[in-house]
Write a protein that binds this ligand. Structure first.
Ligand code: ATP
Ligand code: MN
Length: 529
């Protein structure tokens, strides 16, 4: 039997009952409504449910292990192995499954820099998924479509469920990347984010190895002077929210590449959280939710078609997907120069880290490799206490290569270019979760503005006694009392104890990277007295 592996993706003969090519948003919205996939909101957005899965399923994400990937991929808890034979069988089964279905096919790009872009062909069974891909990937022009040659194919079939015993998956849903056959296969889940983060994984594999481009889980924007800023951070730390800044051009909200000369977006749209969204706090995002946009897993205010953004009855992870130009000051194309400022965003539920601080190069590398944020986990008694999460490069879940590959590239780039690196705590102030409050968005915005416009070059700094970062003593438009976290805690001894506890967690987590770290990086580690 000829292995499907040998067949170039463009030659994948996909048969279906009905095939719709590159439908416009209007046609896709009509189709979605006719198919009963969603309803319209009062601002004209399409509201859909993603089904059983309201988030990605990291444990069901596999990479095909073959000659190409066996010795390059960072196998383990993030990248699970899948055999080429099983992939072949599953792909075949899915192609048969599609034969009596209606499919929506579209061409798109990933990568706003033409030198590094990936040409995608996307096969969906749900019209709204195809609209999601229209919004989230880069939309080709009519000219681009003339000689379009596919580099990578996405096949996303939520209705298709795998049989783990036969198909080699963990359960009925799966996301499998085959780098040789250049196919992203998704089944059993309707969470649209699997498609965008699947392609992110592909770019994270290809760009650093083939082009020396650093791929990054970060947002990016650009100032009037042409200065680029990037914001790394794990989910919920504020990448999307803080990159939408009325005074700066938006490059992108989630995935970027850093080449010799530029920072470029991988995507053509944004995927913003909408839980508790308000026009007052986040006007750009609020107003982007209109005709052509999608809202996921939200509910209406009873008796209306107005979305109730406070409703978390389906999930906390309610989302909207809109094309990037729905943000008024998005730059076109989504490209900027080499960053002048890098922000690491963390949601520190312990309330220990300063709301803004400046890092040395060693500290920057240490924090990049650590990738700290935290969650608040409920316990049996209903008490909620913080749980530290360390995810290397602020996005380990999407990294097919060892984290030190990306860290080494970042290190080179920081050394080559004069870049300021800042750590921003968008989490707790005044105490840990349960005692303190979340840092006000208006304060975080003011601190970032002050860092960007140089105001923080003119103030005095204090060194954090344990973590070593420099904390500004003043910041325009921010009350000075909140800048040093210890000052915001009523119980200073509790602060010191909690800071020591967090520093211990950093040290314990870092042990596995100790071999990689040189003296400069080790000097960036916290010091417990
Ligand atoms: P993902 O990777 O999942 O897309 P993200 O990093 O883009 O996550 P956001 O979508 O920006 O995260 O989510 C940050 C959330 O936190 C938003 O709902 C925002 O309104 C809220 N928030 C509250 N206070 C702050 C603050 N001080 N800074 C940033 N965001 C804040
Ligand atoms: Mn985001």
């Amino acid at each position: 039997m000829e292995l499907l592996t040998e067949i170039a993706p463009t030659k994948l003969a996909i048969k279906a009952k009905q095939v719709f090519h590159n439908l416009s948003p209007a046609e896709l919205i009509e189709a979605a409504l006719q198919n009963g996939e969603g309803v319209l909101t009062d601002t004209g957005a399409l509201m859909c449910d993603t089904g059983k899965f309201t988030g990605r399923s990291p444990k069901d994400k596999f990479l095909v292990c073959d000659d190409k990937t066996e010795n390059t991929v960072w196998w383990g808890d993030v990248n699970f192995k899948f055999s080429p034979e099983k992939f072949d069988a599953l792909l075949y089964k899915m192609l048969v499954f599609l034969e009596d279905k209606r499919i929506y096919v579209r061409q798109a790009f990933a990568g706003a820099n033409p030198d590094y872009r990936l040409s995608l062909e996307i096969i969906n069974t749900q019209a709204w998924h195809n609209l999601f891909c229209n919004n989230m990937f880069i939309r080709p022009s009519q000219d681009d479509l003339v000689n379009f040659s596919t580099d990578f194919t996405i096949i996303c079939v939520p209705e298709f469920e795998a049989d783990p015993a036969v198909d080699g998956t963990r359960q009925a849903n799966f996301t499998i990347v085959d780098m040789s056959r250049r196919i992203l296969l998704i089944g059993g889940t309707g969470y649209a984010g699997e498609m965008k983060k699947g392609i992110f994984t592909v770019l994270n594999y290809l760009l650093p190895q083939e082009n020396g481009v650093l791929s990054m889980h970060c947002s990016a924007n650009i100032g009037e002077q042409g200065d680029t800023a990037i914001f790394f951070g794990l989910s919920g730390t504020g990448k999307t929210t803080l990159s939408a800044d009325p005074n700066r051009g938006l490059i992108g909200d989630d995935e970027h590449g850093w080449s010799e000369t530029s920072v470029f977006n991988f995507e053509g749209g944004c995927y913003a959280k909408v839980i508790d969204l308000s026009r007052e706090k986040e006007p750009e995002i609020f107003d982007a939710i209109r005709y052509g946009s999608i809202v996921e897993n939200t509910r209406f205010i009873e008796g209306t078609r107005t979305v109730d953004y406070h409703n978390n009855s389906v999930t906390e992870n309610t989302r909207t997907a809109y094309p990037i130009h729905y943000i008024p000051n998005a730059v076109e194309p989504s490209v900027g120069g080499i960053p002048k400022n890098i922000f690491f965003l963390t949601y520190d539920a312990f309330g220990v880290l300063p709301p803004i601080s400046k890092l040395t190069v060693g500290q920057a590398m240490y924090h990049f490799i650590s990738g700290y944020t935290s969650k608040v986990a409920g316990t049996e008694m209903g008490i909620k206490e913080p749980q530290a999460t360390f995810s290397a490069c602020f996005g380990a879940a999407f990294l097919p290569l060892h984290p030190t590959k990306y860290a080494a590239l970042l290190g080179e780039k920081i050394h080559q270019n004069k870049v300021n690196v800042w750590l921003i705590n968008t989490g707790m102030t005044g105490g840990s979760y349960g005692v303190g409050n979340r840092m006000k968005l208006s304060n975080t915005r003011a601190m970032i503005t002050a860092a960007l416009n140089g105001d923080l070059n003119k103030v005095a700094y204090t060194k954090h006694p344990i973590f070593g970062m420099m904390i500004p003593e003043h910041c325009p438009y921010v009350v000075s009392d909140i800048l040093n976290p210890r000052n915001t805690w009523a119980d200073k001894e509790a602060y010191d104890a909690t800071a020591t506890k967090l520093a211990d967690m950093f040290k314990y987590n870092f042990e596995k990277y100790a071999d990689f770290a040189d003296e400069e990086i080790l000097a960036g580690s916290p010091v417990i007295n």
